[in-house]
Design a protein around this ligand. Structure first.
Ligand SMILES: [Zn+2]
Length: 191
């Protein structure tokens, strides 16, 4: 996998960093619960996430969208901060961005390019997303961008990487595969 990822993305993508993880310690199961770096989590399920998003959008509108973003942001912030605290070798912003993208990939969420990001924000491109594929299969094309979970997830990890509080960054999705664009594009700015 690493060879393909490096070839496709032209980026180390955190594969070397991930290899240093003590997976027996970081990734454990206790009965029906699964933990990563001490944090309990649910495995990604696009059926669940898509139905949750549709319900929140249909019933609460923009308030529901903000709820998805904030929930994903707080969750990824706590998870990534805990991981970064434990992994002392993650010294540079570049290594942290690489492992964040690698985590997104290994969680089964998709591919995100984080090369154009710095403290002030920047641009992120996602050419492939499990959530997009699932939404298109279930509901078809949307009129508006729909990657709200990804907006929150990325905002949370960027806050950790640049040593900012949760809620510091916001992402606007300017292009989305769910509306027919070739890629999802996110603009990152400071609130
Ligand atoms: Zn999208």
């Amino acid at each position: 996998m690493s060879r393909v990822v490096k070839q496709d993305l032209g980026f180390d993508w955190g594969v070397g960093q991930l290899a240093k993880l003590n997976w027996r310690h970081e990734f454990v199961r206790e009965g029906y619960r699964v933990f990563f770096s001490g944090q309990p989590f649910a495995m990604h399920c696009h059926h669940y996430n898509i139905n949750l998003q549709k319900t929140l959008e249909d019933t609460l509108g923009d308030e529901g969208i903000q709820l998805i973003i904030r929930s994903a942001e707080e969750s990824s912030f706590n998870n990534f901060r805990n991981l970064a605290d434990q992994l002392g070798y993650l010294k540079t912003v570049k290594s942290k961005l690489e492992i964040a993208a690698s985590m997104y990939l290994n969680y089964g969420l998709g591919i995100i390019h984080l090369q154009e990001i710095d403290l002030g924000g920047g641009r992120i491109i996602s050419p492939s997303s499990h959530h997009v594929t699932g939404w298109m299969a279930k509901h078809g094309r949307r009129k508006t961008p729909g990657c709200h979970f990804t907006r929150g997830w990325i905002a949370g990890v960027l806050a950790v990487i640049f040593d900012k509080p949760v809620g510091h960054y916001q992402l606007q999705e300017t292009h989305c595969k769910m509306v027919g664009d070739p890629e999802c594009v996110f603009l990152v700015s400071q609130k």
